[in-house]
Design a protein around this ligand. Structure first.
Ligand code: FAD
Length: 492
């Protein structure tokens, strides 16, 4: 009797799940998800001056819980079960495997160092506990299967354009999604029943809960069901894909971009599922620059995944793959109190630069920030404040509902000039604000204290005279902070 275990990770879906499909050929199947305590605690990040940060804040913790609940419901509807444990995978999975005398453990693999270390530990301990057990992992987080790239992953180009041209100029094809499987029954334990386990609450996980902010662009509900609904709504009901390229730099509202990233990163949706929706839309409605552009952005996502597979831990290091030695202010011997206080102001959205503060408040309150916003706040922290980019990346890691190690650290390194681009990525924040928020509607949405200021002055409130401040009902330095620094005027 072949009994397989599927260890679910960032692949919380029933559809297009290669590990689940292979495992469903066994006679018995045990599906397992572990709430790893390490993901819900603080972590030390090294450097000349190391720092600690929380791995998962409440926005993403809630999204993960909901996704696990949804997966459990789907598996139950298919006559199966999801066993949930609060413990490290390398202790939980091998123990369960030994208990039920499993013949195989299947799971998806990820390109980043912490994830790889955990999967190695699971494989080693499962093989010790159950000699002869088959361990097989599958890539399922990217649009392209790594074996289908025109070159081996460790030879891919380090710049996006070269990578993209290489892929597009080759015969590489996106593999079709796999059909949802019929699931075999769960095994019985020697003790009799199957201890399914309860899904921990946020309090159990040690994460503060909070009520969702009504101003959020979307109520990001975790799970494959909600992810498929969002895809259906954005592509088919709202019909927004046809103008994605024009709207994707937006800042307000649910539909300027797809907002699919949280579901993609937790694996509630596979990138191939999104790709197939785009292709069907092109056949049935319209094929244009915008439909291509969503594919283009998914390629960016793949690019960072494969970069981490190629460069490993280097992309998490201060000097990045360029090994650049930048004199970050917060990393100097003896510390720099001004830098620490600037970092705290950046985090809470109190820098006095409206475009930065509005975006940071959106992140804090909702767990989301637009791509345009992310580029600007990252550039401001690293390039204007001169603060180690990893402090910002770690802050994003805690708070983003769509955090993904490769997408986050890859983009941060890129903007800080230590990653996959040798150009100066410094943004002119005021120019950006005036261009992408010309009527100041976005900054006023998140910073209501600036409501009375005319749009043409709202992005630089430090220039208001005392008489103007009086007229517009805002005192700079009291109702809204004075700028921490004047943002530099560089090209974007
Ligand atoms: C400093 C910084 C940090 C970031 N951190 C993350 C992160 O942790 N997780 C994350 O998914 N994205 C991250 N991004 C990329 C991008 O901002 C988000 O993917 C995007 O804003 C998500 O919104 P969307 O789904 O509506 O995107 P859309 O514009 O609809 O794009 C569709 C999909 O393409 C992918 N994508 C788009 N742009 C990028 C990009 N630059 N890099 C990688 N993938 C991309 C995403 O999967 C996205 O869902 C970061 C960007 C910056 C500048």
């Amino acid at each position: 009797m072949k009994t397989a275990i599927v260890w679910f990770r960032n692949d919380l879906r029933f559809r297009d799940n290669h590990a689940l499909t292979v495992a469903s050929e066994s006679e018995q199947l045990l599906c397992v998800f572990c709430f790893d305590p390490r993901s819900f605690s603080s972590r030390e990040y090294g450097g000349k001056r190391s720092f600690r940060y929380e791995k998962t804040g409440h926005h993403r913790a809630r999204f993960i819980r909901e996704s696990v609940e949804d997966l459990r419901t789907s598996l139950r509807e298919m006559g199966s079960e999801l066993v949930v444990r609060h413990g490290t995978p390398e202790s939980v999975v091998p123990t369960l495997a030994a208990e039920i005398d499993a013949s195989a453990v299947y799971f998806h693999t990820y390109p980043t160092v912490e994830e790889i270390a955990v999967e190695r530990a699971v494989a080693d301990r499962a093989s010790e506990a159950t000699p002869g057990i088959e361990i097989e992992s599958f890539p399922g987080h990217t649009l392209y299967h790594p074996d289908d790239l025109p070159v081996a992953v460790n030879e891919i180009e380090d710049t996006f354009t070269a990578f993209r041209k290489g892929v597009e100029g080759s015969n590489a094809a996106v593999r079709p999604t796999v059909e949802p499987p019929t699931l075999p029954p769960s095994p019985t334990f020697p003790s009799g029943g199957l201890e399914t386990g309860t899904i921990p609450t946020l309090t159990d996980l040690g994460v503060d809960s909070s009520t969702p902010d009504e101003r959020a662009v979307l109520d990001f509900e975790g799970g494959e069901t909600a992810g498929l609904d969002r895809l259906e709504r954005y592509v088919w009901e709202r019909d927004r894909l046809r103008e994605y390229k024009k709207t994707r730099n937006g800042l307000l509202g649910s539909d300027y971009s797809s907002k699919l990233s949280p579901w993609l990163n937790l694996g509630c949706l596979s990138p191939r599922t999104v790709y197939e929706a785009v292709k069907r839309y092109e056949r049935e409605r319209v094929e244009n620059e915008s439909t291509y552009w969503l594919f283009f952005e998914l390629l960016w996502r793949d690019f960072f995944q494969f970069q981490f597979a190629k460069h490993g831990s280097k992309l998490f290091e201060q000097g990045g793959i360029r090994r650049r030695d930048i004199d970050w202010r917060d990393d100097r011997e003896g510390g720099d109190e001004d830098a620490e206080s600037a970092l705290e102001r950046w985090k809470r959205g109190g820098t006095g630069i409206p475009f930065v503060d509005a975006n940071m408040r959106e992140l804090n309150e909702s767990g989301f920030m637009s791509n345009r916003g992310r580029q600007n706040v990252a550039s401001f922290l690293a390039n204007d404040l001169g603060i180690d980019w990893r402090r910002g990346a770690a802050y994003f890691e805690t708070h983003l509902v769509d955090y993904d190690p490769a997408s986050n650290y890859g983009n941060w390194a890129y903007i800080a000039g230590v990653g996959n681009d040798s150009r100066n990525r410094s943004f002119d924040i005021v120019w950006q604000a005036e261009r992408y928020d010309p009527d100041a509607a976005y900054v006023k949405y998140w910073l209501p204290e600036l409501d009375g200021i005319p749009p043409e002055q709202a992005h630089e409130p430090w220039n208001l005279s005392p008489a103007e401040q009086n007229r517009y009902g805002v005192v700079i330095g009291e109702d809204y902070p004075k700028p921490i620094v004047r943002p530099s005027e560089k090209t974007d």
